[in-house]
Each structure stands twice: as structure tokens, then as C-alpha cells.
Design a protein around this ligand. Sequence first.
Ligand code: GTP
Length: 238
Amino acid sequence: MAESGSSVEFSGSLTLPPPRTRIFKIIVIGDSGVGKTCLTYRFCAGKFPDKTEATIGVDFRERLVEIDGEKIKIQLWDTAGQERFRKSMVQHYYRNVHAVVFVYDVTNAASFRSLPAWIEECKQHALGTEVPRILVGNKCDLQDSIQVGTDVAQQFADAHSMPVFETSAKNPNSQDGNYGGGNSDHVEAIFMTVAHKLKSQKPLVLSQPPEGSGGTINLSRVRDDGGDGSRSWSCSSC
Ligand SMILES: Nc1nc2c(ncn2[C@@H]2O[C@H](COP(=O)(O)OP(=O)(O)OP(=O)(O)O)[C@@H](O)[C@H]2O)c(=O)[nH]1
């Protein structure tokens, strides 16, 4: 046993292992058809998908970004909006979540009215108030069909202490300044804002694979990576 007060001296130099990439797990939730898949695809693949199908279970999309010299993996969990496709997966979405993005469709008032139910679901899965949340109104390119005004969205966001962004996964570079940031990619800016906020918080969980949510569920791969950084999984018991 080492004597109390003794010290050990190292000679030579210590080589530290390379830092592990931090992963930020962000879940994207909201009614079916609001554009969760398109938003996450836009951020990870840089384009609007040619076609989408209703998400079954959950899709993972990842993108490696660099913030202030640190490489960070942003892992977006694109959850199914349809109840029948999500029920057996729900509890797994909410493990080790770093941030939540609530999405509604600005052309669909019902999707906006559903938001309290999505917030309640987060609460029931013990998501604390320390977990950053943001609200995203999608499909702003459909200017003639808007049913949810900016004012009402802002009031709702204020009441729930979260920022709100209006955007379009289809055309995130609004030319006329109706939403987004002129010629910049607004979807990109939204997710990067969340990542910056997470990075500025206390150190987070280090690398963990998406299936690191315990491995207790039976996941089957249903679609492979199509070059957009995505992996799709569904619960075989769904
Ligand atoms: N015009 C327009 N259409 C969009 C936009 N985003 C998504 N869509 C369309 O809306 C439909 C639904 O989009 P998804 O991304 O599949 O919706 P989702 O929320 O993932 O749906 P679930 O997987 O069922 O939960 C598709 O036909 C998309 O092409 C947008 O910004 N503008």
C-alpha cells in the first residue's frame, strides 16, 4: 500500500488518447405529415427528399459538425407521428435525450393544436426542464395556405419558455424574407443553434451508439443508409 503523502513521479511524456466525439441526441416530434423526416433529411443530407413515407418506429440521421474546434455528432431521432407506428418505441426515444424539437405544420392548425399533447408526452417520460426545447413551424413556403400565424405561435412558445422558428424544409432559403434568413439555409441554422446551446452547457454524455439505449428491445433494420447519414429501425413487435 502506498504511504500517505508519498508521490509518484512520471518520467517521459504521457500520450493522451484522442478525444472522443460527443454525440448530441435530439428528438424530433410532432404530428404525422408535419415534415419531421424532411427537416432532418434537409439538415443531414443537405436537400429535400424526393419522396417520403410515414416513419415507422424511428429513423436516425447523423451529421458531424465542428463547433469552436470540437467535432460533434448531431444525432437526430426522426420519430413516427402516427400513433400506431410509435407506441412500442416511445419509451426508447426519451432515453438520454439532450434536446427536443417540436414540429407543427403552419398550413395545418390541427398539428398546432396537438402540441400540448406532445409536450405532455415529454413530461410523462420525465424530460426535465433543463432539456432544451424548440418549436418549429414547417412548410412556410406554402404562403397561401397558412393557418397558424406567427403571433399565435410566438405566444404559445413564450408560454412554454421555448424559442420558435418558422421555416421550410423544402425551401429553407426564403428570398423574400418571410421566414428564415434570406439566402442562408434556415433549417441548418435551427439545428446548429440547438447544437451550440448544448455545447455551451455542462459536459454531456460521451460517445454512445444509437442502439445504446439499452439493447433490450428487438430492433430490426428495415432500410439501409442511402448515403444521407441515415439509418432506419423499427420495432419488430410494432
Ligand atoms: N411544401 C412543403 N412540403 C413539405 C415540407 N416538408 C415536408 N413536406 C411534405 O409533407 C409531407 C410529409 O412530410 P414528412 O417529412 O414525411 O412528414 P413526417 O412528419 O415525417 O411524417 P410521419 O413520418 O408520418 O410522422 C411530404 O409529402 C413532404 O414532401 C415543406 O417544408 N414544404
